[in-house]
Structure formats: C-alpha cells, structure tokens
Write a protein of this length. Structure first.
Length: 146
C-alpha cells in the first residue's frame, strides 16, 4: 500500500476515537516528566538514558497530539505515521518536527536494541530537538496539562 498512514488504520494500529481531554493531559504530563528526567540524566552524564527519555517525552507529546485529533495508536511506527499525516502533510507544522521525532525514535532503538551508547554531543542534540518538539506540539493542543 502506498500510504503507510492508511495501512496503519487498515491494520487497526491506528483507531479513530473521540478526543479525550484526560488522556491528552495524562500524555502531556508524561511527556513533561520524561523530559525533566532526560535533563537530569544528561546532567548525571547518563547519555543513553537521557536519549531514551527524550524519545519517550516526544512519544507522549505526539500521542497527546494525535488523541487531540481523534486517533489512538497501537504501535510506535504508526504513531510516527499519524503524526506525519496530521501535523506535517496537513501543514500544521514544519517537516523538521517529523524529522526530530523520527531521529529520536532511531536513536532510542540504537540505544535500547543495539546497545550503542551515545555521546554527550548526540544526547545534547536530542535534548535540544525534544525541547523544540514539545514546544511546537503544545502550541497545537488546547488542553492545559496541569
């Protein structure tokens, strides 16, 4: 199938739902928590965990975004495809935010599965990109996370 987003829906890895403010708040709170933990891990020079936590901060923010648009994901890759479809292809956000999320996903997989421990430089870049990603997501979600 040429459209991976549609394939995710067809395979029920993305499901249409009614936007739920409580789920959105929960995901944004999880995102904030993971980002704060990523900063702490970075300060402690634990660059692997800082990178992984950056990904999960972005993951929960992206999940809050797609829930706000009436979808829920059952797969990390399909969350990426939903984000691309709803945020980038619809012109709400610049392509760089998709690229940040995709890069963070790849870095997390390398750290978790490849046991490739990342440098201070790459973890610092992950923090920077995650911070920008979270700020952008929050511009497009009207639910206060507190």
């Amino acid at each position: 199938m040429e459209n991976e987003f549609e394939e995710c829906i067809e395979k029920k890895k993305l499901k249409k739902i009614k936007p739920d403010k409580e789920t959105i708040k929960k995901e944004l709170n999880g995102s904030n928590y993971d980002f704060l933990r990523a900063r702490k891990s970075f300060e402690e020079e634990d660059f692997k965990w800082a990178t992984i936590q950056c990904y999960y901060a972005a993951f929960h923010a992206a999940k809050a975004f797609i829930v706000s648009k009436g979808l829920i994901e059952k797969n990390h890759y399909c969350l990426l495809m939903a984000f691309k479809e709803l945020a980038i292809k619809n012109g709400l956000m610049k392509k760089e935010f998709y690229e940040y999320f995709n890069e963070l996903m790849n870095l997390r997989e390398e750290a978790d599965y490849g046991l490739e421990y990342l440098s201070q430089e790459s973890a610092g870049l992950a923090l920077k990109e995650t911070e920008e990603f979270l700020k952008e997501i929050k511009k497009h979600i009207k639910v206060n996370s507190r």
